[in-house]
Design a protein around this ligand. Structure first.
Ligand SMILES: Nc1ncnc2c1ncn2[C@@H]1O[C@H](COP(=O)(O)OP(=O)(O)O)[C@@H](O)[C@H]1O
Ligand SMILES: [Mg+2]
Length: 249
């Protein structure tokens, strides 16, 4: 079953420039898709179409069976979007208040809000920090908090925009581990990254964007040898003729 069906999606910004140019993309429920491409190729713009932060100028985006323009609330619930800069996503005074904010907006009852908050803090290993002020967290912890806040809304799809940007080695490993375990537990993962080294060993499918178009789309072993042409550095292992290794090893 396809959880995302994008047909002929074109996005024109208010200044007239073209952000997305006739995109066709279907994403199977439970899959792990990496969207890559050089800066300005349209990765973030595409993600914003998955949960109604932007609407198509032309074409259609269908999330879990429903058109985004007809039912944006359904899309917002089905696709949790984790922004590139986690600071922009912090709304609570404490870590647990921050996570509770989403479920509160869904008008769930108190018990359900507390249960969801506790559950996602446990999953993201943030329980010991529950009463900490979010702004005091490390980069990796902040990113996990942003993922926790989105997860508390119980989305089917997690869309992560450059989830490793500005993280150090331990932060990257923490976040990578959580993303992989969310995928294992059944979530569809769509993530963007202009630097694919950290995720190369794990993606099942790689979509390469260029100037608002999908330039390549296929399994990693087919796509990786061609990356250089599209302004993305191929994984080091490939250059050395070695098998790809996870950053978690
Ligand atoms: N609000 C906007 N108005 C005009 N152009 C924009 C706007 N937002 C993004 N763009 C342009 O759209 C292109 C794609 O941007 P973006 O999706 O952020 O790329 P990426 O995430 O791949 O780096 C870039 O050229 C960017 O400058
Ligand atoms: Mg971007």
């Amino acid at each position: 079953m396809n959880v995302i069906e994008i047909q002929n999606l074109t996005h024109r910004f208010p200044d007239g420039s073209l952000g997305l140019d006739h995109i066709d993309l279907t994403i199977r429920a439970g899959s792990f898709v990496l969207i890559t491409g050089e800066n300005g190729s349209g990765k973030t713009t595409l993600l914003k179409h998955l949960n109604g932060l932007l609407f198509p100028t032309a074409g259609s985006v269908i999330i879990d069976g429903k058109g985004i323009s007809e039912d944006p609330l359904h899309a917002r619930q089905a696709v949790g979007l984790v922004f590139q800069n986690p600071d922009t996503q912090i709304v609570g005074e404490t870590v647990s208040e921050d996570v509770a904010f989403g479920p509160e907006n869904l008008c769930l009852d108190r018990n359900e809000i507390e249960k969801r908050t506790h559950d996602v803090l446990t999953i993201l290993k943030l329980l010991p920090l529950a009463s900490q002020r979010p702004h005091l967290l490390s980069g990796g912890e902040k990113r996990r908090l942003a993922i926790a806040g989105v997860l508390a809304m119980k989305p089917k799809v997690l869309a992560l925009d450059e989830p490793f940007s500005s993280l150090d080695y331990p932060g990257t490993k923490q976040v990578l581990k959580q993303i992989l375990s969310l995928h294992e537990s059944g979530h569809t993962i769509v993530m963007t990254s202009h630097d694919i080294e950290k995720i190369a060993a794990h993606a099942e499918r790689v979509v390469v964007m260029k100037k608002g178009k999908v330039a390549l789309d296929g399994p990693p072993d087919q796509v990786f040898p061609d990356l250089e042409r599209f302004g993305v550095r191929p994984p080091c292992a490939l250059r050395w003729g070695k098998p790809l290794e996870s950053w978690l090893i």
